[in-house]
Design a protein around this ligand. Structure first.
Ligand SMILES: [Zn+2]
Length: 287
């Protein structure tokens, strides 16, 4: 059932668990995530980056596919279709296309401009019942080079964005996009606690979920993280399972070249990874 992320995240914050955002890239990805959420009776957020949106030929294609698949599979758990790290233009395009949740990432703008643009996007989205995520400070990543500690957001700035009426807030607490470097310093729980104290019941979002140790994830959830983004990890297991299939020569046996067979191990691997994450985040049975 396609819905905004507002209610599922309020419930998650109150119930001290987190809802997973799993980024999708194609039909197999979408099917794997939806079926697993339904099987585990868990709410779920489908993340779509602007790059993935372009790859799938546009946000309209994505929205039409997700809406139709949600109906065809008879999905009854809450599902939000969410733009990940949206630009100002991308956010508006996704509102038009029928997304139910939008992340506007104005973190690279000066604070005043981030606030002004975030405010505008929040008003537009809320007039249509769409939930909004904004970002304060930046979240480190591969593009920034290998660094041992990710960015940490300023709690006062977090409060300023939270006060705009945003539904969820992404703030750097030492997390990094992509694979974590060996010298990573870990999550900064003092910063997370300070942000949570300033922003109260606001659900906080943890980006860069791949490679954060399970005990740190659990602690972050107890300190107010209600949404955790998973992207790279599903890509890694999909590639690994596909490689194993081909290396075993299965694509050359019988009709093993059939894409429905060739992509099946990768799809199953995504399902297993999503299940593992939902169990870790505590969202199983919370739909
Ligand atoms: Zn992110």
């Amino acid at each position: 059932m396609l819905v905004s992320a507002t209610e599922m995240l309020k419930k998650a914050k109150a119930g001290k668990y987190a809802v997973g955002q799993f980024n999708i890239n194609n039909l197999e990805w979408t099917k794997a995530v939806l079926l697993t959420a339904q099987e585990l009776n868990s709410p779920v957020i489908l993340g779509v980056s602007e790059g993935a949106g372009k790859y799938m030929t546009g946000f309209k294609t994505v929205a039409a596919m997700v809406k139709a698949m949600d109906e065809s599979l008879g999905i009854t758990v809450p599902v939000a279709l969410h733009l990940d790290h949206g630009t100002y233009e991308g956010a508006k395009a996704c509102v038009e296309a029928g997304f139910t949740s939008i992340m506007f990432d104005g973190s690279h703008f000066p604070l005043e401009e981030n606030i002004a643009k975030s405010k505008e996007i929040i008003e537009l989205c809320h007039s249509k019942g769409i939930s909004v995520e904004c970002e304060v400070g930046t979240i480190g990543g591969e593009e920034d080079g290998v660094i041992g500690a990710g960015e940490v957001a300023d709690p006062e700035e977090c409060k300023m964005i939270a006060d705009l009426g945003v539904d969820m807030l992404a703030a750097g607490i030492g997390n990094i996009h992509g694979v974590y470097p060996a010298n990573w310093a870990g999550l900064n729980f003092e910063a997370l606690d300070a942000i949570q104290q300033k922003t109260g019941i606001m659900p906080l979002v943890l980006h860069g979920g791949t490679g954060i140790p399970d005990d740190m994830i659990k602690k972050a959830v107890t300190l107010g993280v209600s949404k955790i983004n998973v992207n790279t990890e599903c890509q890694l297991v999909f590639a690994e399972a596909t490689r194993a299939y081909i290396e075993a020569g299965k694509d050359q046996q019988g009709k093993g070249f059939d894409p429905r067979k060739l992509l099946a191990p990768g799809t199953e691997a995504i399902k297993a990874k999503v299940k593992e994450k939902m169990e870790l985040f505590g969202s199983v049975g919370q739909a």
